[in-house]
Every structure is written in C-alpha cells, then in structure tokens.
Design a protein around this ligand. Structure first.
Ligand code: SAH
Length: 227
C-alpha cells in the first residue's frame, strides 16, 4: 500500500485506460454517437468526485457529490448529450443543474458555448474549481433557479435539464428557436414520487412543440428557489 498521493497518481495514470473501457461499455449499451463517445473519453470523471470515490469514477453509476445531490451516471450523460445533439452541430447549450460540472465539461467538448445554472451555491463553487482545473474556456456558470425564467435574453440550440420534473419548465422554452430542443427527465402520470421519469425531447417548431419520449431514468428532483 502506498501513500494517498501515490494512490491518486495511480488513478491518474490508469484513468485513461479505465475511461476507454467505460466508453466501450457505453457503446455496447447502445450509445451510437461517436462524437459524444469521444467527448466522454476526453473528460476525466474522477476529478469530479471526492478522492475517496475516485476509484469508482468509471463505474456506470451515479455517485454522491454532497448536499444530497449526485453526479449523473455516465450512460445518462451520454444519452442526454446524444439526444441534445441529434447528430447535428451544437452552438449554444444551456444546462440546468450543474452539480459538480461533469456534464458541463462533456458538453463543452462538443458545443461552442455552454451556460450552466445551479441552484445550490456551494455546488456552483465546486463546479467552478473542477472546470477551472480542466481549463475550459467556453463555459459560463451561474447560481440561479433554472425552473423559472432566468431573466436574460438567450437563444439556445439545446437546453439540457439534468434534474427530474413532472412539469416541463415552460419558462425556458422561449430560449429555443425553431428546430432547437430541450432534453429533460420528465415524470409521466403515476411516475412522480419515486424519482423515475423518462428522457423526453421537446422540439420547438414554427408552430408549437413536438414531444418525444425515450428511456426510463432516475434523477434527483428539480427544485425551486436558491440554496
Ligand atoms: N449535470 C450534473 C447533474 C447533477 S444532479 C452532472 O453532470 O452530474 C442535478 C443538479 O440539479 C443538482 O446539483 C441540483 O442542485 C440541481 N438543481 C435542482 N433543481 C434546480 C433548479 N431549479 N435550478 C438549477 N439547478 C437545479
């Protein structure tokens, strides 16, 4: 057994290999978009979790990040990013629910600009430290409540809501232009309460919106107000 420092540098050295294996598993689990898989492969997930959990960073599971919140499961991050991109180019992306900033970093690999909003102040600070260590220049973070209007004029190619809700946060839909989409875990009738929802894509059209339902997922809830 070495010192903690040696163990951590060991994780650093092997992380590229274990991450490549994680990406292979995601491909086997049905993630098709190679641009998304390359983005996942480029982001060291272990720096987004506490040192004691770093050894588990490349398992396909959600992990605690403090404040009762979690870092999303890699498959969920990959799938939501795949649905947000839909095979096209992503200019500006809005993420609701920064958490520790993992999906923010993944989105930053394939979008021109990522704007991420988090309601818990201490997590905004944590995400800022994590993202600074990756030297990402195309990310903006805000301490705010993304369940309602952000009080800004925005035009986004995609909005990714990374917390579960039984109602679409309609205040954000005005940030979409025709063809742009919101991806969110939406609890359908009878699903609310136990955290189960379905990944849902809401696409803006010239005349209204189209809603499509995808995989069943489990998420922490979208809450109101700042903390
Ligand atoms: N995108 C993160 C997921 C973090 S979990 C990742 O890559 O791991 C979901 C996050 O949404 C939590 O940090 C939670 O505090 C935040 N959240 C919940 N309701 C919110 C709201 N109304 N506005 C902004 N963030 C919210």
């Amino acid at each position: 057994m070495g010192t903690l420092g040696e163990k951590m540098s060991g994780i650093g050295m092997t992380s590229a290999r274990t991450r490549a294996r994680m990406v292979d598993r995601l491909r086997e689990q049905g993630i098709r978009d190679e641009v998304v898989l390359a983005a996942i492969n480029a982001v060291p997930r272990h720096i987004f979790v506490d040192e004691a959990l770093a050894i588990r960073a490349y398992e396909d599971s959600a992990l605690p990040i403090g404040q009762g919140q979690t870092i999303s499961q890699p498959w969920v991050v990959a799938r939501m990013t795949e649905l947000a991109r839909s095979g096209g180019k992503l200019g500006k992306v809005l993420e609701i629910g920064t958490g520790c900033g993992y999906q923010t970093a993944v989105l930053a690999q394939l979008a021109d600009e990522v704007y991420s909003v988090e309601r818990i102040g201490s997590l905004v600070a944590k995400a800022r430290r994590n993202l600074q260590s990756l030297k990402l220049k195309n990310v903006r973070l805000k301490h705010g409540d993304g369940s309602s209007d952000l009080g800004e004029d925005l035009e986004m190619d995609a909005i990714v809501v990374t917390a579960g809700t039984a109602v679409i946060p309609t205040a954000l839909l005005r940030y979409l232009k025709p063809g742009s989409r919101m991806v969110l875990p939406l609890a359908h009738h009878g699903e609310s309460g136990d955290g189960v929802s379905h990944l849902t894509v809401v696409t803006a059209r010239e005349n209204g919106y189209r809603e499509q339902t995808y995989d069943a997922v489990r998420f922490v809830p979208l809450l109101h107000g700042l903390a």
